[in-house]
Design a protein around this ligand. Structure first.
Ligand SMILES: Cc1ncc(COP(=O)(O)O)c(C=O)c1O
Length: 386
């Protein structure tokens, strides 16, 4: 850690002040948005040229996130998928091989399966739950292991330290989607992972008003990506988006504390509810990988899933009866959401994906915890009537 970073020893301090450089911006407590595409240089050699390459506002977000993730440098992208595809395109080569959990975020899976296959890249999909399964999947031409832990449907984990050790010994690059845990609760680079990616659209932005992505890793790699995958594909973050991301980061620690507290209570409440079959949340002691979770995460976020005891009509009725949970696909914002990844699965699809029929996913927002629990309880009891 350099001298400047040492002053900001806590994640809260990094989120609130690190990288803001008040002296550089006339003491403004909120640094300005540099909403410009080019930087002239006749009178001043400041190092900036064009916003697709670098921008002072975007750099503030990048400095904060690199420090939070305990990585050397970060680069911001226009969305999480832009960061994910840039990382994969950077690491993968023609005719190489990659290992990836099968229940990874579906567009990431789609990118490997249907897009990278155009370049002869083969993917072995694994559950990710056992180390030997990952080891057995490796080939001489394996270039990368892509992880997402916890996975955002059944919330199973992959062992970051162990996978990083195996990969490093074989010269394989490791990439982790760390969106669920956020850099507050899990730091894969400190555990030996090479590259971390995030959808900052979720908790980091936190207000469901920006699409944003970020990648963190070694400075040499980030510099190459600046000019190649970000510079050439062009999916750089817009300065206004970066400014909103910085605003989201300032309150990330207090928001995450609340998401965690409410989600813990909601998951425990549902686990003992007579109308619930099973809950999938790494923060519950009943989670099969609870100990692994404790060894690599320092906290839990607000997204989890469960299976209500009911048929398709009853579960649909339960979802419609909820008053505080809107129905929607994203997560990590201030608002509570419900989504139904398992509701329309037939038996074959359920067996193939491992996702139980009837599985619903909750993103626990920042509403009052007791009100959320009461809403869930009320809607579960109404379920019998449908
Ligand atoms: C786990 C995970 N990773 C990545 C993404 C993609 O992020 P974005 O929507 O910002 O492109 C998502 C989006 O839902 C996600 O859930």
């Amino acid at each position: 850690m350099d001298e400047k970073k040492r002053e900001f020893v806590t994640k809260e301090d990094i989120c609130t002040h690190y990288g803001d450089e008040y002296d550089r911006h006339l003491g403004a407590i909120v640094p300005p948005i540099f909403q410009n595409t080019l930087f002239t240089r006749k009178t001043m050699n400041h190092g900036y040229t064009y916003t697709r390459v670098s921008n002072p506002t975007t750099e503030i977000a990048e400095k904060k996130i690199a420090a939070l993730e305990e990585g050397e440098e970060a680069r911001c992208f226009s969305s999480g998928m832009a960061a994910i595809t840039a990382a994969l395109m950077h690491v993968l080569e023609k005719d190489c091989h990659i290992v990836c959990p099968s229940n990874v975020y579906p567009p990431t899976r789609g990118f490997l399966e249907t897009y990278m296959s155009k370049f002869g890249v083969e993917t072995t999909f694994v559950t990710g739950e056992s180390l030997s399964e990952i080891e057995q999947a490796l080939r001489p031409e394996t270039k990368a292991i892509y992880l997402e832990t916890p996975l955002s449907n059944l919330f199973t984990l992959q062992d970051l330290r162990a996978v990083a050790d195996i990969a490093r010994a074989k010269g394989i690059v490791t990439i982790v989607d760390n969106t669920w845990a956020t850099p507050l609760y899990q730091n894969p680079i400190a555990l030996g992972i090479d590259i971390v990616v995030h959808s900052a659209t979720k908790y980091m932005g936190g207000h469901s008003d920006i699409l944003a992505g970020v990648m963190i890793g070694r400075q040499s790699v980030m510099d190459e990506i600046t000019h190649r995958e970000r510079g050439m594909f062009g999916a750089a973050m817009d300065p206004h988006q970066a400014w909103l991301l910085i605003r989201g980061l300032r309150t990330l620690p207090v928001r995450m504390r609340q998401h965690q507290e409410s989600a813990m209570k909601a998951a425990a409440f549902l686990e003992s509810h007579p109308m619930v079959q099973r809950v999938f949340y790494p923060g519950l002691e009943s989670h099969p990988q609870y100990e692994l979770g404790r060894s690599q995460m320092s906290g839990y976020s607000g997204l989890f899933s469960f299976v209500p005891k009911g048929n398709r009509e009853q579960i649909t009725g339960f979802m419609k009866s909820l008053k505080l949970f809107e129905e929607g696909p994203s997560w990590g914002g201030f608002e509570s959401l419900i989504n139904s990844p398992g509701l329309w699965l037939d038996e074959e699809a359920s067996a193939r994906t491992g996702i139980p029929q009837g599985l619903v996913r909750l993103s626990i927002g920042l509403e009052n915890t007791d009100s959320l629990l009461a809403d869930l309880d009320d809607a579960l009891h109404r379920m019998k009537r449908f």
